[in-house]
Design a protein around this ligand. Sequence first.
Ligand SMILES: [Zn+2]
Length: 174
Amino acid sequence: MSIIWSEVSTDVIDRAEKIMRRHHSELLGEVSIGFVFRSQAVFSMGKLVLAKIAKVPPKLMPFMKYDLIVWIAEDQYSKLSSEQRDALIDHELCHIEYDSVDEKLSLVGHDIEEFHEIIARYGAWNSSLQYLTTHAEQLQLPISSKNTDNAEALVGSVADGLEISMMDSVEAGS
Ligand SMILES: [Zn+2]
């Protein structure tokens, strides 16, 4: 089946605006990001890619009002919970680094990347995995004391958040 590209829903735009105001305010008014739906996720290097961020190539800049394009796999996005949708969009925005002094825009890689196999064999063997372990535990605490159902939902979303971080990729503009 051929891939169809379409305008994203207002759900994506509303979430992106909310998350930018809350966690990425340095980008507001500085960087313009276009979001687009890709009808189906893509398999890349054995993984399902849910979203991808790319810089708009300089040669296309005169035709576009965006500095960056984020595509989101509509088929997968529709299955995500509200928290997972926020996590996916926030994740993509975390790839953006903007230096306001030099007005330089760049894309950065993930803080945490590891094979499941290595985690199974050695656990949290480095500082970034230890960070994940510590914060994943902290995040569960306040909720679990209040509501067990919510705690389980949150644990699920944290685990999926890690999956998501390993399932997208950065495409450098050229
Ligand atoms: Zn990523």
